[in-house]
Design a protein around this ligand. Sequence first.
Ligand code: GLU
Length: 479
Amino acid sequence: MTEPVVTRFAPSPTGFLHIGGARTALFNWLFARSLGGKMLLRIEDTDRARSTQGAIDAILDGLKWIGLDWDGEPVFQFARAERHREAVEQMLADGRAYRCYASAEELEEMRSTAQAEGRAPRYDGRWRDRPASDAPEGRAPAIRLKAPTEGETVVDDLVQGRVVIPNKDLDDLVLLRSDGTPTYMLAVVVDDHDMGVTHVIRGVDHLTNAARQTQIYQALGWDVPKMAHIPLIHGPDGAKLSKRHGALGVEAYREMGFLPAALRNYLARLGWSHGDDEIFSTEQAVEWFDIGSVGRSAARFDQVKLSNLNGHYMRETPDADLLAAFRTALPFLPGGEAAAAKLDATGRWDAFALALPGLKERAKTLVELLDGARFLTDERPLAMEPAAEQLLTPEARSLLAATHQGLAALPEWSAADAEAVVRRVAEHAGVKLGAVAQPLRAALTGRKTSPGIFDVLAALGREESLGRIEDQARQIQKV
Ligand code: GLU
């Protein structure tokens, strides 16, 4: 039996779950789920100033929102410092690490000399072989890895291939600072080992770390997990993803009204592909995911494509499910809370549900859906968009008056009966249907575009519809 796969997502809390982090989490999740393994979560909270409860919650909330779960309880790195120190004790005992008493000034000098000579700054190993008796009085040492000076360190990466780094390019890195705090490089290795991680999947910006971490594994006599360094995400213009491109936290995508399923689909395609498939369910992605199909070139994040994909998901989502998703998302959408309160207060949720099939055809995001539904929450007299106002010519207002008369006389209020009235009014006036329907749309919604006008009438109901028409019609003749 092959050993079960264990992956991990190891974010450092920064205040939000970055979209790139969400993609890394997704790849770890897909990989683990596709092989019946586990994905663990480790919060790398060693930067105490940044690692507030709020910053940690933002990550957990972001993962939950996007629909990624993890196995077991999250592991908190800071709490494991004692264990990290223990591992260093082992390396010291095995002669794989040493105490370095170099002062800050000495280190600075090494840096500036290297800089002046155009070399990468490197620690020169001056305490590597010095006896303990040389230790300066009263100075706490840092502990450094006694890294190999010859040969090479190889990272056999599942995505990047065989990466070979000459050991002479890797200096003796610090494992424990002189104040006894573990470095990131050390903590990651000890934690991954203790958590039983078999596969480390993360951004390619960690590739050099992978070589250094490999040396730590070797010094500890531990197996190195398999590594997969996935390409970074770039903007559509090819430049590294920045805020300008939408390099935001996932909560920003929630506020922009994206559906988690669409975002999962989109993020899965950033660097990974399954033939030409662009649209697939999470179940399919789990079934198909193969780390070997992750490419090496940077993936391009294109918010227009994401919106189009989201629009597709909205149209394909059954109305009842979309309604539920909308209601859940509403508190996070701009103006959503006020709209929810209005829909509650006016009892127009039924009207919203009636209008939804028409609304979702025109909306790429839940924000657009909310915007499209604004006619349901607007109050009389409606504010008219300029384009809608233009439709309300004196002739149009007369047609509205006739329409009002016809609609008011209907014994039953239905889309079909309303349509019959509008057709009759148009026929009687000798104009095309649109000449009546367009001003009617303006009167009912304040806009030039909306769901099908007869659906709007049905959604608003008799009283509100007649009221709105009356507000815009010329000389209503009461019947
Ligand atoms: N905490 C690191 C980060 O947020 C990731 C460390 C890792 O995956 O090894 O970039």
